[in-house]
Design a protein around this ligand. Structure first.
Ligand SMILES: NC(=O)C1=CN([C@@H]2O[C@H](COP(=O)(O)OP(=O)(O)OC[C@H]3O[C@@H](n4cnc5c(N)ncnc54)[C@H](O)[C@@H]3O)[C@@H](O)[C@H]2O)C=CC1
Ligand SMILES: O=C([O-])CC(=O)C(=O)O
Length: 269
């Protein structure tokens, strides 16, 4: 039972998990979500679970012996649950990569994984080109700049909503300029990609970030421009948002499926 590849649990039960379940169904059900960890305060109604087992407590999930846990919830969920899972030897994939902008948390996750002999994987999420940044950095990267543009409704509930009237914007408006540490921390549901870029490239402080609310945007637009000893690189993604969460791109949910399948594959190609 403990080695059952399908004993996959997620943390959270929102738009990403629903999209992941749809992906698994499309791909022929070789994998599936068997259980979810959601604290009582956020727990879905039993009728929404469709047979997925619900745990409210991380200790109960650990006792269930998952073969893999996939965090699809929030920065807090990474902080509250992932160290315990790793310490118990349970491999864990996280999508809330922006949580790793907290150096203390990053160090404690590394210590927990080392102690438990487990592995933490961060998904590529809504962004791409991370392989290029990782390869390029050993020869020296001189600059990495990220620009993220989303429609105004994707920025509701963020600091941008306090600074500008999102509903009445008539032109693209810069809502944030700074570095990847600030962006990941201040926009935990919108700027996880900045952490993925920072970790793959030149770190949180040196990665520059601009965030834009654009009333004409119909996609979540992500642009990365990097220069270094290797040459230069630019990538642009026009991501479709998930139907039930405009903040989150479909690609981010698809990257979870890819990370899960890859985790269990004998050959990493
Ligand atoms: N790496 C990337 O490219 C991206 C990462 N994300 C991350 O993924 C997360 C989930 O995205 P969605 O599913 O679209 O959000 P959502 O808001 O639709 O769903 C989040 C789910 O997690 C649950 N939840 C909230 N706090 C929790 C906690 N402390 N413990 C356990 N469950 C908790 C909620 O009840 C809900 O079921 C985002 O909050 C964000 O951190 C989102 C988009 C892209
Ligand atoms: O899904 C996206 O387009 C990006 C996102 O929300 C994040 O990085 O947190």
């Amino acid at each position: 039972m403990r080695n059952d590849r399908r004993r996959i649990a997620v943390i959270g039960f929102g738009a990403m998990v629903r999209s992941l379940q749809a992906s698994f169904r499309r791909s022929g059900d070789h994998f599936g979500v068997a259980a979810t960890l959601v604290p009582m305060e956020f727990a879905p109604a039993p009728s929404e679970l469709g047979g997925v087992r619900l745990f409210n407590d991380v200790a109960e999930l650990i006792d269930w012996h998952p073969s893999l846990v996939v965090e699809c919830a929030s920065h807090d969920a990474v902080r509250d649950f992932v160290p315990a899972l790793l310490q118990k030897g349970i491999d864990t994939i996280i999508v809330s990569v922006g949580s790793l902008s907290d150096k203390t948390l990053l160090d404690s996750l590394e210590a927990a994984a080392t102690k438990g002999g487990s592995r933490l994987t961060a998904v590529s999420g809504a962004i791409g080109g991370l392989d290029v940044l990782r390869s390029a950095r050993s020869a020296g990267l001189s600059s990495v700049a990220y620009t993220g543009t989303k429609p105004p409704n994707a920025w509701t509930g963020t600091p941008a909503a306090d600074a500008v009237d999102l509903a009445s914007l008539s032109q693209p408006t810069v809502i944030f300029k700074g570095n990847a540490e600030q962006a990941a921390r201040l926009y935990p549901k919108n700027a996880n990609v900045t952490a993925a870029i920072a970790l793959a490239g030149i770190g949180f402080d040196a990665t520059s970030v601009v965030l834009i609310a654009d009333p004409n945007a119909t996609t979540n637009l992500h642009r990365v421009v990097a220069t270094g000893a290797f040459g230069s690189f630019s990538i642009e993604l026009q991501n479709k948002p998930l139907p039930d969460n405009p903040k989150t791109s479909l690609l981010a949910a698809l990257s979870i499926e890819e990370a899960i399948v890859r985790h269990f594959r004998a050959i990493d190609v």
